[in-house]
Design a protein around this ligand. Structure first.
Ligand SMILES: Cc1cc2nc3c(=O)[nH]c(=O)nc-3n(C[C@H](O)[C@H](O)[C@H](O)COP(=O)(O)O)c2cc1C
Length: 196
């Protein structure tokens, strides 16, 4: 079972095992299809996340592997991303809607990100892995799918069954092998420790 546990998050106190084990892997098991029910569950998880004023400023383009839409998305990725993401079972474009009938949606990016976090943990609960990408041509992707101007492609997620990092070519394997790091917790707290 990949990825190995030695790349789990190191935390000062225990956190939920699903959160501790989450990591963005590039190693994906090629040739693997997801069930329709699994895909629907991912979207339901995203749909039920919170948003400012329940505005739900998220839309998704979902493409299974071996379909024309999958290829259209893949062709908009940076070449480095396309090299490993081609083995995903599913490519999902996360699109934020910047306005609705009442005007601008100031927190759209935040809300979309949160819906992707919900989707991520649903994927993990299904034994899947997910790596999000900002390395794609936003305009090309919007044009390819004829998105209206207020629909902004924000990230593309490669979703699939975890693969063997050892099978990745050396130039792509870095992130899957490197030690995982974060800023220290105390650096994140503005105005001092949580207990004060
Ligand atoms: C919005 C966003 C954009 C990202 N863009 C890329 C990308 O273009 N290519 C890539 O390989 N990883 C990309 N990543 C993955 C990050 O590099 C990764 O989440 C980060 O290094 C932390 O690693 P971890 O998720 O395993 O904890 C992106 C992640 C996010 C959330």
């Amino acid at each position: 079972m990949y990825p190995s546990t030695d790349r789990h998050a190191e935390t000062s106190v225990p956190i939920h095992p699903l959160l501790a084990s989450r990591q963005s892997t590039r190693a994906l098991e090629p040739g693997t299809d997801l069930d329709d029910a699994q895909i629907t569950a991912l979207l339901e998880a995203a749909r039920w996340s919170p948003s400012e004023g329940n505005t739900q400023p998220w839309r998704f383009i979902v493409a299974k592997r071996d379909t024309p839409d999958f290829k259209r998305i893949l062709d908009c990725l940076n070449s480095g991303n396309a090299e490993w993401a081609q083995h995903a079972s599913l490519l999902l474009v996360a699109v934020r809607t910047e306005t609705d009938s009442k005007g601008p949606l100031k927190r759209a990016a935040y809300d979309l990100g949160q819906s992707m976090a919900h989707l991520t943990f649903q994927a993990m609960a299904e034994g899947l892995t997910i790596r999000q990408m900002g390395g794609f041509d936003d305009e090309a992707l919007a044009g390819e799918f004829g998105l209206p101007p207020e629909f902004k492609p924000t990230s593309v997620a490669a979703i699939g069954v975890p693969g063997d990092p050892a099978a990745l070519p050396e130039d792509l394997a870095g992130p899957d092998r490197r030690e995982r790091r974060r800023l220290p917790l105390e650096d994140l707290l503005i105005g001092g420790a949580a207990s004060q």
